[in-house]
Design a protein around this ligand. Structure first.
Ligand SMILES: Nc1ncnc2c1ncn2[C@@H]1O[C@H](COP(=O)(O)OP(=O)(O)O)[C@@H](O)[C@H]1O
Ligand SMILES: [Mg+2]
Length: 336
């Protein structure tokens, strides 16, 4: 019998059939466990049978406006880059990955929190320090990957970050439009009460910035400098705690979601990651030397303007995350 699409289920029957084939059992024997994190509209879950568990991510065209074309491209690139890195830096990517069912279903080894993998920054300070150091070391090592031009094009790793961020019009719209500034200030005032103390202070500081035209212009100028930097460093380009798993017992690190991977200016990976860590309330001052200052400047306007967009899906906190990222980037910029 045909059933209506169920927007609440974790995976569709299509993905479950793929997982069942992989695990060599009938679909009815699968156990499905939800995972935390993730901002895309794709479906995802851990699927287990017997002693084996795999992570399954699925493009459901019914949830997407363009038949999922963009997400299918993301899955394909994520898969291809993971396969490439399995040859050079296997320690930083999933041991196993498979793209099934015309590219609609991506399966990878499981790094489940129930097995000790952290998908969030550790709360314990000494573990957090090891976590941050491990990620910084990894992104610096990955920066060194050199690939032939044909492969860069085939895998769509061409530079885009410096121009997309550095030449983003957000900061200039903010400077030109008092109404945008007023909406941003309103948002921060609403956001502020529920934040960590340090982020409250950062929200207040960025509210102050929104009333200082000269300082905004200065940030706009510095952001545009980012667009001029040489983009010859390989990067994951979305290094955040929800895209990486760290095992505090073994010190292992696995990065997932390689769909934004590209060549970027030096320090970009460390910068995006340290902004994420600072937003979670961690002290990143030991790593200030890793930051790309111009990228930080470009983050301010880029995240400010995006934070005003409507939510991607009802109830998600993407826009709040972006508002806080702008405030954190401004705070770190002031420390430099
Ligand atoms: N291999 C994996 N094993 C276990 N959990 C995973 C795995 N890959 C991703 N996850 C979980 O799923 C979440 C979202 O996955 P991700 O691939 O980043 O999706 P999205 O594209 O929506 O960002 C992660 O934050 C993590 O909690
Ligand atoms: Mg992700």
């Amino acid at each position: 019998m045909e059933t209506l699409p169920d927007h609440d289920k974790l995976l569709t029957d299509r993905a479950l059939r793929c997982a069942a084939t992989e695990l060599n059992v009938d679909s009815s024997e699968l156990r499905i466990t939800p995972v935390s994190g993730g901002f895309s509209l794709n479906r995802r879950a851990l699927v287990s049978s017997g002693g084996r568990t795999i992570f399954v991510k699925e493009v459901d065209a019914n949830l997407l406006s363009d038949e999922g074309e963009r997400e299918l491209g993301w899955l394909k690139k994520d898969y291809a880059v993971t396969r490439l890195l399995q040859k050079t830096y296997p320690q930083y990517v999933a041991d196993w990955t498979e793209l099934a069912d015309d590219g609609y279903v991506l399966m990878t080894s499981s790094y489940a929190s129930s097995d000790g993998w952290l998908w969030q920054p550790p709360t314990d300070n000494s573990v957090a320090e090891r976590y941050i150091s491990t990620v910084i070391t990894a992104v610096r090592e990955l920066e060194k990957i050199k690939l032939p031009q044909e492969l860069i094009e085939e895998l769509q790793l061409q530079p885009f970050v410096a121009r997309e961020l550095g030449l983003d019009e957000g900061i200039d719209q903010i400077i030109a439009d008092a109404d945008i500034r007023r909406r941003l200030i309103d948002n921060y005032q609403k956001l502020l009460p529920n934040q960590l103390e340090i982020n409250k202070r950062r929200c207040q500081a960025i509210i102050g910035l929104l009333e200082k035209r000269d300082e905004l212009i200065d940030i706009s100028v510095r952001a545009k400098e980012f667009a001029k930097q040489t983009e010859d460093c390989f990067n994951h380009s979305d290094v955040r705690s929800d895209n990486l798993a760290f095992n505090p017992q073994t010190g292992e690190l696995k990065l997932v979601d390689w769909n934004w991977a590209s060549y970027v200016p030096q320090g970009s990976g460390a910068t995006e990651f340290l902004v994420d860590m600072a937003r979670h309330g961690h002290d990143v001052t030991p790593w200030l030397g890793e930051l790309n200052v111009e990228m930080l400047a470009s983050f301010v306007g880029f995240f400010l303007i995006r934070s005003l967009k409507p939510p991607l899906k009802p109830g998600d906190n993407l826009r709040q995350m972006q508002a806080l990222s702008a405030a954190v980037a401004y705070d770190l910029l002031e420390l430099m």
